[in-house]
Design a protein around this ligand. Structure first.
Ligand code: CU
Length: 252
């Protein structure tokens, strides 16, 4: 993928101290602004929707830290990578949450049943988007993990997941971007972006996010990245059409 790796030979203890100061991005929040075209409420009329495809690029350097581990090394390995900012081929920015800004809850239900896995003592995926509701949390490691969330609109979750408990279900009922950590392994971190509607996606390794069945009309799309913060862009969705948006994070 051509990712430069910035290696920091820190011990776990050192990371735990640093984690307190630098892991809050700028204003990670879901917008309260109403979209120009209504996307909440009842299902849009069939045939009156379109697709938004966003390609997000970033010209800056990736932020990927390699950390030596001295705990649960049989399951976690001797080192882990912390992928805070991934830049793929042709500058594609991964792990950016793209959504259609909307205030109202939607009757349209996402087909995706969200899952967050704990594997190799890392949350996978690191950035997950979901419609408000239940999230299944897997423990593929066979070690004790502890789900600890940081949120304002949703109640805090602080729940151990012992090694024998392979799945656990938690509920996020309010739209918000929630930080998730593990109190057992201080380096583990994930972000769960919760939306009241199904119009969202997370950019892949090429920086591409696709949002389908968006009601035709003008919309504001919102982009969020854990390191880079927030951006918005106006788009026009045409019925039966694919609106392609190129978004360079630094110039947009
Ligand atoms: Cu853990």
């Amino acid at each position: 993928m051509g990712i430069a790796r910035r290696t920091v030979g820190l011990l776990v203890v050192a990371l735990a101290a640093a984690a307190c100061s630098n892991d809050q991005p700028d204003a990670p929040r879901v917008s309260d602004e109403r979209a120009p075209a209504e996307v909440g409420g009842a299902s849009p009329a069939p045939g009156n929707t379109g697709t938004i495809e966003v390609r997000v690029t970033y010209g800056g350097a990736p932020v990927v830290e390699t950390l030596r581990i001295n705990k649960d090394t049989e399951q976690c390995g001797e080192a882990t990578t912390i992928e805070k900012l991934l830049v793929g081929d042709h500058g594609g920015l991964a792990n950016a949450v793209v959504s259609v800004a909307a205030a109202e809850r939607s009757a349209v239900v996402s087909r995706v049943e969200p899952q967050l896995d704990q594997r190799g003592c890392a949350f996978r995926p690191r950035v997950l988007a979901m419609q408000a509701g239940e999230l299944e949390i897997l423990n593929s490691d066979g070690v004790l993990h502890n789900i600890h969330t940081y949120s304002t609109a949703n109640a805090t979750i602080n729940k151990a997941q012992p090694k024998f408990k392979k799945t656990m279900t938690v509920t996020f009922s309010e739209p918000e971007i929630v930080k998730v950590t593990c109190d057992v392994h201080s380096w583990m971190q994930a972000w769960v972006a919760v939306f009241a509607h199904p119009y969202f996606d997370v950019t892949d390794a090429q920086g591409i996010a696709t949002i389908e069945k968006v009601p035709a009309g003008p919309h504001t799309i919102e982009l969020w990245h854990e390191v880079l913060g927030r951006r918005t862009r106006e788009v026009e969705v045409k019925a039966g059409d694919r609106t392609q948006v190129a978004f360079d994070w630094e110039t947009s």
